[in-house]
Structures are given as C-alpha cells and as structure tokens.
Design a binder for this molecule. Structure first.
Ligand SMILES: Cc1cc2nc3c(=O)[nH]c(=O)nc-3n(C[C@H](O)[C@H](O)[C@H](O)COP(=O)(O)O)c2cc1C
Length: 337
C-alpha cells in the first residue's frame, strides 16, 4: 500500500482559534521517522473540532514505502491532541478514519463533556515538551519493574501490547534481525543517502547521532556514516543497552497503525514523566521477511509495530519542528492510498 497526497493543503490565512493553535503545537511534538513530521492539521469551524491528516509527500520513501510508520507518527500526534484537549478541560471525542474514501483523513477530534484532566493526564501533558528520542548507550541503572508494568498497562489501554524482550535467546535473535536489516540498509546507496539526508537542523540533529550506531546490542541507523568510514564502536557500552521492548497489535490495518501510534506516545510520555527515555530500532520492521520473523518468533503472532530500548540518560537533544502555521491548514485535500 502506498500513500500519495494530492495537495499539501493551504497554510492557514484565517486566524486560527486559540484551541486549534494549542492542539497543533501539542500534536507537532510527536516523534516521527527521521523527524519527517508527516502530518497536517485542520480546524473545523472556529474551535468546533480538530482534524489530523497524513501528509503523504513527507513520507520517507525508502525507509517507509508503505506509509505504516508515517501513520504511526500521526497516531502519536493524535494522542498528544487528546491530552491537549484534556488540558483545556474537555473529554476528546475521537473518530478514526471518519471519511470513507479519504484514507489520509486519519482522525477527527471533537470536544465532548467538560471534565478536568486527571493527575495522570496532567503528568503526561507536562512530559510532552521534554520527551526526546535517545540514540546510544544508557546510564547503568535498570528501568524499575514497576514502571515497566505501568508502561505495559498504558499500551494495553490503547489496544496494543508492549512486550519486554529479556530472555537472552530472544534478545540475541532480535539483535541479529536488527543487525541484518541495518546491514541491508547500509549496503543500499540510495537508502544510505536517504538516512544521511535526514540529518540537519530541520531533521535529526547531528548532536543526537554522535554515538557510534553499533555501540549497543541493537544496531542503530548510521546517520553519520560511521560504518562507511570504518570507524569502530567501543565494546564497553554493550551492557548499557537498556530494556528492549516490542510494541505490537493484533491486526495490521491503518486503524491498528493509528492505535500503535497512540499507544507508543502514551508509553513514551509516561516513561518520560519518570525520567526514562526511548531509543528506536525499527529497521527490521521495514523488511517484510524480518518483520514476519519477529512476528512469529518474538511476539506470538501479533504484528510488531515498533522496536524500542528504554533507559535513563543525563543528556538529551531537542529536535526542531515545522512552525505551527505550516502544519495547521485551512483545508486538507483528499489523499489516495
Ligand atoms: C514510527 C517511528 C519509527 C522510528 N524509527 C527510528 C529508528 O529506527 N531510529 C532512530 O534513531 N529513530 C527513530 N525514530 C525516532 C525519530 O527519529 C524521532 O522521533 C525524530 O527524529 C524526532 O525527534 P524526537 O523524537 O526527539 O522529537 C522513529 C520514530 C517513529 C515515530
């Protein structure tokens, strides 16, 4: 399945409502593959509702040809919108894929009953600007079991499963599959060029990629071409891999990708609120045969959507976002799959 976007929509020239601005700012803080930010938001009437659209032209074509990761990113943005609506004192009324025949219109969020945010929702809202992606080794202290249990509960509440991969044999298998995928990507000059191109002030910041991608048990993306220049990693970091986890769903439709994104962001925000951050290793999920192997051998036949490492770190890098005025449009034009 591939995604095409007919028009990026018109940047808003009518002054958007305060609520729409607040929601668009929150949504933009979501993670996305190579910081591609494959979303557009639209305000329905004047603060009557809020729309989340896929911006297919911002899809990273070689990393994510089917658009699955782009939709997951939009699902994460949708979760931020839900939390931002709670900050305004309303319950969000979410309609997934509200327009049959317009598969790029991913979600409509309306304002339902008035109700103050719960302490947990307030905690997630406060964590939103502080959540960042980590790359490289973590600090030595492990993620507490009680926090891992909470993260699993958060994923489950969104219809996904967060499976901790801690048995040595399974961990080795996952590390091998990530390694194989990363080797395939590195050996393809076009793919390698896409990764390198994504580094910069508007993409993934150079500072966030300075650790050798092979420093931990799971290979990372080689954003700065360490492998090409035959720079070797220090093996002393291998014990600092952190806790490895796979997020999965029972099915693999666009709705499941949206659910995965919401579950992912809920997990990431709850973790961030407790000073635990995540590194992503989604490379094997981008190659059908390797994804199938993870599905059958590691997550009990469920569909793996994201591979993460979780841990603590003293240093984080902030990644830039497009300006709100660029992502909040007057009209979002239909998308065809
Ligand atoms: C579905 C998905 C897949 C991702 N895969 C990777 C990955 O394989 N390697 C990586 O370093 N980051 C990955 N990321 C993280 C993005 O690079 C990161 O979210 C983006 O650069 C924005 O930075 P931030 O998360 O710090 O705000 C992924 C993010 C999403 C949503």
């Amino acid at each position: 399945m591939s995604v095409s976007y007919e028009s990026p929509g018109r940047a808003s020239h009518v002054r958007p409502g305060h609520a729409a601005l607040h929601l668009a700012r929150a949504a933009s803080l979501a993670p996305s593959p190579h910081n591609s930010q494959p979303w557009l938001f639209a305000e329905e009437g004047h603060d009557h509702g809020f729309e989340v659209h896929l911006h297919g032209r911002r899809q990273v074509m070689l990393t994510d040809p089917g658009g699955r990761e782009a939709v997951i990113a939009c699902g994460a943005a949708l979760f931020n919108v839900r939390i931002a609506v709670r900050q305004l004192g309303f319950r969000p009324a979410v309609d997934l894929l509200p327009e049959p025949g317009n598969s790029g219109y991913l979600a409509h969020v309306g304002y339902a009953a008035h109700a103050p945010a719960t302490p947990e929702e307030a905690l997630l809202a406060r964590a939103m600007p502080h959540r960042h992606t980590h790359r490289g080794p973590f600090a030595p202290e492990p993620v507490p079991d009680i926090l891992l249990d909470e993260l699993r509960d958060h994923a489950r509440a969104e219809g996904a499963d967060l499976q901790i991969i801690d048995e040595p044999e399974k961990l080795r298998l996952l590390a091998d599959l990530v390694r194989t995928a990363e080797d395939v990507h590195r050996a393809d000059p076009r793919h390698a060029a896409e990764i390198v191109r994504s580094v910069g002030p508007e993409g993934v910041p150079v500072e966030a990629c300075r650790r050798h991608p092979d420093a931990t048990l799971l290979a990372g993306r080689d954003y700065l071409e360490f492998a090409r220049y035959r720079i070797r990693p220090s093996r002393r970091w291998i014990g600092r891999t952190g806790t490895v986890a796979v997020l999965s769903t029972p099915y693999d439709s666009c709705t499941d990708w949206l659910r995965s994104g919401q579950a992912l962001q809920r997990v990431l925000l709850h973790a961030a609120a407790h000073n635990v951050v995540a590194a992503f290793h989604t490379q094997p999920l981008e190659l059908a045969a390797l994804r199938a192997e993870i599905r059958t051998r590691l997550v009990g036949g469920r569909f793996p959507q994201v591979v993460l490492r979780l841990g603590r770190t003293a240093r984080m890098w902030r990644t830039s976002r497009r300006r709100t005025i660029e992502v909040l449009v007057d009209d979002a034009v239909p998308v065809r799959w």
